[in-house]
Ligand binder design. Sequence first.
Ligand code: SF4
Length: 341
Amino acid sequence: MKPDLKALNSQELTSLMKEFGEPLFRAQQLARWMHKEGVANFADMSNLPSSLHGLLAERYSLAQSVIKRTATSPSDGATKHLLSLNDGDHIEMVFLPAEEHGTLCISTQVGCALGCSFCATAGMGFRRNLSAGEILDQLRLALGEHGQESIRNLVLMGMGEPLLNLSAVVPALGWARELFSIGRRRIAVSTVGIPEGMRRLADSGLGVRLALSLNAPSDELRSRLMPINQKHPIKEVLAGLVEYSRITGERSTIEYVLLGGVNDRSQEAEGMLALTRTIPCKINLIAYNPCPGLPFNQPTKDTIDAFFQILLAGPNTVTVRQSRGADIFGACGQLSARTPC
Ligand code: SF4
């Protein structure tokens, strides 16, 4: 099996063109054909010399993802797409339309190894990392489906932990900025908080927004909900978040999924208030979206409001995110590539 040319980053493509004795602008031409036009054959890259078509075809393949199934929420218009990858694996992405420009939520891994107890993706286990091409294919395919002007915001909040696949995520986001003109502030990477990954992402120079999925104010509770907390406890991940903001100059977000009767009481809200008082950030509260087979419930409206009111006493902006796509299992924490699409 030949390696996938779409997995290469900008520098690697440029080096390849050098090796083939081609002018360096060929790297940019190639990137446009692969990632923007989505051509499946080198011979279709009409502004490249046929000698280069031959050299590329000898050494590389062009992996193609396709949309296999689509479901649109009748209540809020969120659209979930099930994608089939070259090797037959599946991932999901969700398009959230808006009056002007919408948001695309994409995946970075097939499944996930981290086993958060409230997340449907965890039930798939970890199958593999996506390549840069497979991450970017989601954006290209979504633009093809929903219109070339339809997406202005890109969020890496679908299946997988982006910071455990940075060697593909960083080049993919580089291409997203360069080829699709997505502004860095319109890209958000969501993470459970992998300190080394936060540092690497900050050092990448992409300057994208970071969202830390915290979900509990104490290590005891967080470790029950998110096993990764045993390796990287709250103090460590918050320090990583602060460092990320310091390096990038960007205010980060802390996300808190409210699980009815589990982490939504006033004592947790007070704990969050104390924990975040000295950290400049935005706090995003998200009501849990039920998933078949998972033992959690949605919090009540009153509980959400009480939690919100307690956090308002702190210095940070607090919002309650309205989840969309829950009726098609396309909302936060519901992606599993198995649910009806
Ligand atoms: S919440 Fe994110 S990190 Fe946790 S299991 Fe789900 S996909 Fe993985």
